[in-house]
Ligand binder design. Structure first.
Ligand code: ATP
Ligand code: LTN
Length: 334
């Protein structure tokens, strides 16, 4: 609890350009939760280097991502928006938690298996212990709730296990967090293969809508989206392409699935795809405009970076001192 409010933590990696999946699965929920909770939204650049990064590119992407959090509507006065690498507590707690995590647990992580298969030339120890750093992010702020897409549930589960294990040994040190999965948009699928999640690292440019895509590109990508030959706009597993488009449409328009299905009853796929594209354009346009405005205001963004890192550092250190004491590290002499 901070000032009587429950704590929320979430983060995104500064790798690749954000997709509609990231926006609908994560960012959009962040906005709806930001009044109710004391929120920490981090640009998790320490996580990004588990895959090799070009330094100038990483720096640029991290700044763009931080700016995008604000452009999407998160007020940096109310939400702590900061770079993970500016708060050393993340790495410090991660080391400690490494010593309370089992190899067998990490071996079961599907994201590790996927990424290791993708980057066979660089299966580094950081990629393996990635979930421990994520647990440290969350536990460092005594977070109650963590809004993520469905793909991150396994990492939330291991975070809870680590917290409970630690508490079991040392007493109630960490708050055990709960995941928060949005009602719609929890898993946006690829437009080219609706059985695969939409991912910013997809090689096929038509598979993902990027947050910075202009309206023509968005409409064109939806026109090319893979569907089926059933000629029915129905919400069912047998039609994963149409189901995904309905999910996107409903999340963007805040309509229910039943409403959307009724709206497009008897209509053709062409008309439906265009409507989905237009709904997405309407959501992206204001974010893009605000991003372009904020990007030019260097002093403002620099101020946010500095102030929020200090705030995050303060709360991180509070937890860290408590953990160090419980473990038996010598007290700091002031
Ligand atoms: P990559 O595809 O490169 O592994 P990513 O797109 O999964 O990256 P992350 O930074 O790992 O991006 O995820 C940021 C947030 O977006 C997480 O909360 C994640 O659950 C959510 N997210 C990512 N992809 C989707 C998706 N297709 N649908 C819904 N949520 C998603
Ligand atoms: N692993 C997450 C990003 C992430 C995160 C976090 C999300 C890192 N630390 C803490 C929520 C809470 C991802 O790949 N999407």
């Amino acid at each position: 609890m901070i000032d009587g409010k429950k704590v929320l933590f979430s983060g995104m990696q500064a790798t690749g350009n954000l997709t509609l999946g990231n926006y609908l699965g994560a960012l959009k929920n962040w906005l709806t939760l930001s009044d109710e909770y004391e929120c920490f939204y981090s640009v998790v650049d320490l996580h990004s280097i588990t895959v090799r990064q070009e330094p100038a590119e990483l720096r640029k992407r991290a700044r763009n991502l931080l700016t995008l959090y604000i452009a999407a509507g998160l007020d940096p006065k109310k939400n702590c928006i900061y770079y993970q690498s500016h708060v050393s507590g993340h790495s410090q707690l991660a080391w400690i938690l490494n010593c309370f995590t089992y190899m067998g647990e990490l071996n079961r992580m599907t994201q590790f298996k996927d990424k290791a298969a993708k980057h066979t030339d660089n299966i580094n120890a950081g990629l393996f212990t990635y979930p421990v750093l994520m647990a440290a992010d969350i536990l460092l702020f005594q977070s109650d709730v963590v809004p993520v897409g469905k793909d991150q549930l396994q990492h939330l589960e291991i975070t809870r296990d680590i917290a409970q294990r630690f508490n079991g040994i040392y007493g109630e040190v960490f708050t055990v967090p709960e995941p928060y999965i949005g009602k719609t948009g929890a898993k946006i699928m690829s437009l080219q293969d609706p059985l695969k999640k939409m991912s910013k690292s997809d090689e096929n440019p038509n598979a993902s809508i990027l947050l910075m895509d202009d309206p023509d590109t968005v409409i064109r990508k939806f026109k090319r989206a893979v569907t089926d030959s059933d000629a029915c706009i129905c919400y069912r597993d047998e039609q994963p392409g149409i189901k995904n488009l309905l999910d996107i449409y409903c999340t963007c328009t805040n309509k229910s699935t039943a409403e959307a299905v009724k709206e497009f009853e008897g209509k053709g796929y062409g008309e439906f795809k265009l409507a989905v594209g237009e709904a997405v354009v309407a959501v992206l346009k204001p974010v893009q405009e605000e991003f372009s405005r904020l990007s030019k205001d260097k002093a403002y963004i620099d101020g946010v970076i500095k102030e929020n890192a200090q705030k995050a550092d303060y709360y991180a250190n509070k937890t860290l001192r408590k953990v160090e004491k419980k473990i038996g590290f010598p007290e700091r002499i002031r």
